[in-house]
Ligand binder design. Structure first.
Ligand SMILES: NC(=O)C1=CN([C@@H]2O[C@H](COP(=O)(O)OP(=O)(O)OC[C@H]3O[C@@H](n4cnc5c(N)ncnc54)[C@H](O)[C@@H]3O)[C@@H](O)[C@H]2O)C=CC1
Ligand SMILES: N[C@@H](CC=O)C(=O)O
Ligand code: NA
Length: 455
């Protein structure tokens, strides 16, 4: 008997799919259309035994699946599966369904970063208790293999830093603002229509999606539990056309970055203490940086490890088929464990490093000030920086013509746009400097503040 004949004679592994939206419909299609190849790779056929949906009567005739498979009874579906694929999203009912699936002996594959970043440790514990797998490669950077490389390939090394563009929607919006000068709202609508955005795009544009992914990346990279509420987060809603232009003048581009770093702090006793810093915010990054050229909805993750050095992972981080590719990779992995016996790895959180406050993160600021063009202004501004121990890297000044209708007795006064780029300093010192600058009588307005990374 050939190996393939053997594959078809064993009882198939039963796969239940929860959710049939952008990702779920691609998963269903690929499971069916690639059935023979998947069977050969797993050593057993994968049988789609049901698809949980919210509305059973909806026309899904474009999918190559038996309409009888659609059900609104997700609970009973998960109890009759060997593998449950959760692509509903959100916390509930996804969490309860995953827990019920594990309790019933099924391994789980999920694309749900919001859930993993909130309840990862509890779900790992359930998986261990019931002897099943929990895999979620699709949850971070869609199709890009990044979690498995960090969990497995780099398990013998020390990861120092993970710097990523991990949200396709915001990268798409920022790229359109940079290259076509397109407005924010229109670009978000396009990202939604292309299937990149979350059901509620607020999760994308306010940085919640990237923060959840950063929490997952940091947890795996530093063997430490990091939840999304420990991640400093700023979205892109405040990024203006002027910020994008200011970045261009520095030969930079604005990107929403997820930055996960292992830190070393030297105490007064000279002893070094390790920690973890995790943040998500827009930042200027040089166009020449590997992340500076990441266009459209693409994602990229830059990893620095002690022995490996710098590694770059690039590809499609959103969209139905790319995300389904990662989901199916996980399905094959957990199915192979079922066939061969054993489980994949569980949680690794032994390092248990402290997660630092944002104020301790080391970064650089680009600050644009509208100041009165009078003698001594530059010295006053420079003093504010010095008082907070922030060192200035560059200062540029453009004279702004006098405005005869200017407010508060400033009419007719010549002003200057002062652009200061700092050297690296703790974020707390930088933000205190900005507060002090806004209190100076010669500073009419702090026009914009943006962090600078990667230079
Ligand atoms: N769209 C993308 O590019 C990516 C999405 N993801 C994640 O994949 C998951 C799914 O995302 P999408 O497919 O884009 O979302 P979606 O909104 O297109 O699909 C979710 C589907 O689940 C259904 N659903 C909701 N509650 C349900 C319930 N109780 N029972 C059965 N079905 C239910 C909804 O009706 C919807 O059809 C989310 O966790 C998302 O964060 C991850 C990577 C990329
Ligand atoms: N909404 C997310 C989808 C993938 O995680 C994004 O835009 O990246
Ligand atoms: Na991935």
């Amino acid at each position: 008997m050939s190996e393939n004949q053997q594959v078809t004679q064993e009882a198939p592994l039963r796969v239940a799919l929860l959710g049939c939206g952008v990702v779920g419909s691609s998963v269903a299609r690929m499971l069916v259309e690639h059935g023979d190849d998947l069977a050969a790779r797993v050593g057993r056929r994968l049988e789609l035994v049901g698809i949980a949906v919210r509305r059973a009567g909806k026309d899904r005739s474009d999918l190559p699946v038996d309409p009888a498979l659609f059900t609104t009874d997700a609970e009973s579906l998960v109890t009759r599966a060997d593998i449950v694929v959760e692509v509903i999203g959100g916390i509930e009912p996804a969490r309860s369904l995953i827990e019920l699936a594990m309790k019933s002996g099924a391994s789980v594959v999920s694309a749900n970063k919001a859930l993993l970043a909130e309840a990862g440790p509890a779900l790992y514990a359930e998986a261990a208790e019931h002897g099943v797998d929990l895999y979620y490669e699709a949850a971070v950077a869609g199709a890009i293999p990044i979690l498995r490389p960090i969990r497995e390939s780099l398990a013998g090394d020390e990861v120092r830093k993970v710097l990523g563009i991990v949200n396709g929607t915001t990268n798409y919006v920022l790229d359109k603002m940079d290259t076509t000068g397109q407005g924010f709202a229109e670009a978000v609508e396009q990202a939604q229509a292309l299937g990149y955005a979350e059901a509620d795009p607020t999760a994308d544009v306010e940085g919640f999606d990237a923060a959840a992914k950063a929490a997952i990346l940091a947890s795996l990279a530093f063997h430490t539990r990091v939840s999304s509420d420990q991640v400093y987060r700023e979205g892109i809603t405040e990024v203006s056309a002027a910020d994008v232009q200011a970045a261009r003048e520095m030969d930079c581009v604005v990107k929403l970055l997820a930055i996960c770093e292992r830190t070393e702090t030297i105490g007064s006793d000279g002893r070094s203490t390790a920690g973890v810093s995790v943040r998500v915010h827009p930042a200027m990054i040089p166009r020449s940086h590997p992340l500076g050229g990441v266009r459209d909805a693409f994602n990229a993750v830059f990893v620095e490890a002690d022995a490996a050095g710098q590694l770059m992972f690039y590809g499609k981080g959103a969209g139905g088929d790319p995300t389904a590719s990662a989901v199916l990779g996980d399905v094959v992995a957990v199915a192979r464990h079922r066939v061969g016996g054993g489980r994949g790895h569980g949680e690794s959180a032994y390092a248990d490093l402290p997660v630092l406050e944002m104020g301790q993160a080391l970064t650089r600021y680009h600050i644009s000030l509208d100041v009165a063009d009078r003698p001594g202004v530059l010295a006053q501004v420079a003093t504010s920086f010095a008082e907070h121990a922030v060192s200035i890297e560059t200062v540029r000044q453009h004279i702004i013509a006098a405005d005869p209708d200017g407010p508060d007795g400033d009419a007719g006064e010549t002003r200057a746009n002062l652009i200061v780029v700092t050297h690296t300093a703790p974020d707390a010192a930088l933000s205190a400097t900005v507060r002090a600058l806004s209190g100076l009588d010669t500073v009419r307005e702090v026009v914009s503040v943006m962090r600078v990374e990667g230079a």
